[in-house]
Design a protein around this ligand. Structure first.
Ligand code: KIV
Length: 275
């Protein structure tokens, strides 16, 4: 059965941890669905992991629609959340609504995610009012990397922590069905999780959240440009891939691949007539 916003709410009520990963393509989505992941985020982190940008600010609506639709085709029972890229919602309610609509109609999103607290609550209200579920995102919000002066832990001072708590209440009040808490102290994330009725999804926010999300290349050891402290490597797929590429080069160079079993045949009588 397709997982939905109700799955998120029931998980929070029953104390079952929600599992999310980012993904950006059909075949990876299928593997995650077969493994039993609840929901995938087509994150604008694809700017880093798939497109090689140094940050997420250059990611476009077209990028998100292209990858969102591919993931949706392979998602099976997983819920697909698609990120709203930089400047697709910050410019106002009209743009936010129109672009969230495109992510749902063209990108096949079941929900959209957008970064920010109080200041984007009018957008969250308008989008949810149109029947599009919104996942909020607080703490380290990578689209604001230039304002933060780098990717640093947020909410460490009393003032900053209070601001995140206020923002969490505000996005819940505005209608968000869940909120990502990125790179904030674990005890602050637990406090917010206990205060909110909607589920919190942590990334670099300790294990007190209602669920967790990781960038899949980080958890598979496939992306070494930047490895955050919180990213646990669950498998070293990068090393496995490099070794397979090297084996391929060797076998092709040595004439070992393709062998008999990977080769198509033609009858000798047919072949003779070709000379
Ligand atoms: O874009 C992304 O992958 C994200 C996650 C890190 C939460 O926003």
């Amino acid at each position: 059965m397709k997982k939905t916003v109700r799955t998120f709410q029931m998980a929070k009520e029953n104390g079952r941890k929600i599992t999310m990963l980012t993904t950006y393509d059909y075949s990876t989505a299928r593997l995650m669905d077969e493994a039993g992941i609840d929901a995938v985020l087509v994150g604008d982190s694809l700017g880093n992991t798939m497109l090689g940008y140094e940050d997420t600010v250059s990611v476009t609506m077209e990028d998100m629609i292209h990858h969102g639709a591919a993931v949706a085709r392979g998602a099976g029972s997983m819920m697909v959340v698609v990120d709203m890229p930089f400047m697709s919602f910050q410019t106002g309610v009209y743009d936010a609504l129109a672009n969230a609509g495109r992510l749902m109609k063209e990108g096949r999103a079941a929900a959209v995610k957008l970064e920010g607290g109080k200041t984007v609550c009018p957008q969250i209200k308008a989008i949810t009012g149109a029947g599009i579920p919104v996942m909020a995102h607080l703490g380290l919000t990578p689209q604001s990397v230039n304002a933060f002066g780098g990717n640093r832990v947020q909410g460490k001072s009393e003032e900053a922590a209070k601001q995140i708590i206020e923002d969490a209440y505000a996005v819940q009040e505005a209608g968000a069905f869940a909120v990502v808490l990125e790179c904030i102290p674990a005890k602050l994330a637990s406090l917010i999780t206990n205060k909110l009725d909607i589920p919190t999804i942590g990334i670099g926010a300790g294990n007190g959240c209602d669920g967790q999300i990781l960038v899949y290349q980080d958890m598979l050891g496939m992306f070494s440009d930047y490895v955050p402290k919180f990213a646990k490597k669950f498998a070293d797929v990068g090393t496995v891939m490099k070794s397979a590429f090297a084996d391929y080069i060797k076998e092709v160079s040595d004439g070992i691949y393709p062998s008999e079993e990977h080769t198509f045949k033609i009858d000798d009588e047919v072949l003779e007539k070709l000379y």
